[in-house]
Design a protein around this ligand. Structure first.
Ligand code: FAQ
Length: 329
């Protein structure tokens, strides 16, 4: 029941007695696991929270194409190049489903994209880190898509219908990405020379902590979690999902024959979970403020793509108008 979740975050959640009758009926629908659809009544704050989360998620998919796009021309074989291009195209598709889901809430796509370009809307912190070697393409698939799946599998059951349905397809594709990424690393570790193996370890060392940050601030510092869990937008807390990811990833790391750059990592026999060291939250919040290694470059690249694509959009609109006029004649 939602009232039991109130402790989870730092923003308080309305009790049933503080709710209007409309809000009570809305919450009862959520508690009964009935999806909220675009035409149903919803509190304005629910709509705004969803627009915030879904738009950030969409921006992440679109900006997330850039670090991998950096390696398309340098993929080691034709097969790897084709796989990488297909993966990047999938991420574009995810961005488009998500923008469409967001539009069902009455938000305007151009306005939301503009907010991201002006630094007023966030996208996932992970995409502000550079991709320095080929193994990064494996690490992104394995760890970044892997973390995205752990976060997104519960979102398949999120309370808003269009978001939940978009997540079902996205998760299927992300699972494939995770496997192809892991296969790149396994191949380098099993068939590669010493330099190639070192490249894998170097890549894991750079991405490990930023990937753990993808799940968001710790529960004690997550302002949105309590309300989002009460509304069943989020099904699990940030720390819960981070722990789930670590527990499922360490055995895969061991199979690779690599290590994590965390001296405090140890298995707790009693709890059955891996314990991990302190995350550098100062770094996380700096990245969120726009001061990560690649923030400026990523936003500049997205703006340039939008500006340079203006003629394509104008031509498409002109063509659509011409076709409409012809049909009317
Ligand atoms: N980066 O109160 P909370 C992918 C912000 S998709 C940047 O805990 P919430 C696929 C948060 O927005 C990756 N900002 O917030 C792919 C909030 O700021 P606000 C994206 C972050 O929303 C793979 C503030 O901190 N996935 O990788 C981050 O309840 C490979 C306080 O945080 C999604 O977006 C962060 N890591 O929980 C693509 C999944 N964490 O808005 C290409 C959907 C937190 O109040 C290649 N989103 N913040 O100003 C979610 O599940 C949630 O929004 C969380 C954050 C869990 C990310």
């Amino acid at each position: 029941m939602y009232a039991q979740m109130v402790e989870t975050g730092v923003k308080s959640v309305k009790s049933t007695t503080e709710m209007s009758s409309e809000e009570q009926a809305f919450q009862a629908r959520i508690d009964a696991e009935i999806k909220i659809e675009p035409k149903n009544w919803m509190p304005e704050a629910y709509r705004k929270t969803l627009i915030r989360q879904i738009s950030q998620h969409a921006h992440s998919e679109i900006v997330g194409m850039l670090p991998e796009g950096n390696w398309v021309t340098r993929a080691p074989t034709l097969k790897r190049k084709l796989q990488l291009m297909a993966k990047i195209q999938d991420e574009a598709g995810h961005g488009l489903y998500l923008y469409s889901a967001m539009e069902t809430l009455g938000a305007d796509r151009d306005e939301e994209v503009q907010k991201m370009h002006e630094g007023k809307a966030k996208y996932s912190s992970i995409f502000n880190y550079p991709t320095l070697n080929w193994a990064d393409m494996g690490t992104i698939g394995w760890l970044v898509d892997g973390a995205a799946i752990v976060n997104q599998v519960p979102l398949q059951r999120t309370s808003y219908g269009p978001y939940s349905r978009a997540m079902i397809r996205v998760c299927k594709e992300e699972s494939f990405h995770q496997r192809q990424g892991y296969e790149i690393l396994l191949h380098l570790m099993r068939e590669g020379n010493d330099a190639q193996k070192e490249m894998v370890q170097d890549s894991i060392n750079r991405f490990w902590w930023p990937v753990l940050m993808m799940f968001g601030p710790s529960d004690a510092h997550s302002p949105n979690s309590a309300q989002s869990m009460a509304w069943k937008i989020k099904r699990h807390s940030n720390d819960e999902l981070r722990q789930r990811f670590i527990d499922q990833t360490i055995p895969q790391l061991q199979i690779l024959g690599c290590t994590a750059p965390d001296p405090d990592l140890k298995f707790n026999e009693e709890t059955g979970h891996w314990e991990y060291g302190e995350i550098d939250w100062t770094e996380f919040f700096e990245v969120l403020k726009g001061n990560g290694p690649c923030n400026k470059e990523r936003v500049a690249q997205r703006k340039k793509a939008i500006d340079e694509g203006a003629w394509v959009r104008e031509a498409a609109v002109a063509y659509a108008n011409k076709k409409q006029q012809r049909n009317a004649a």
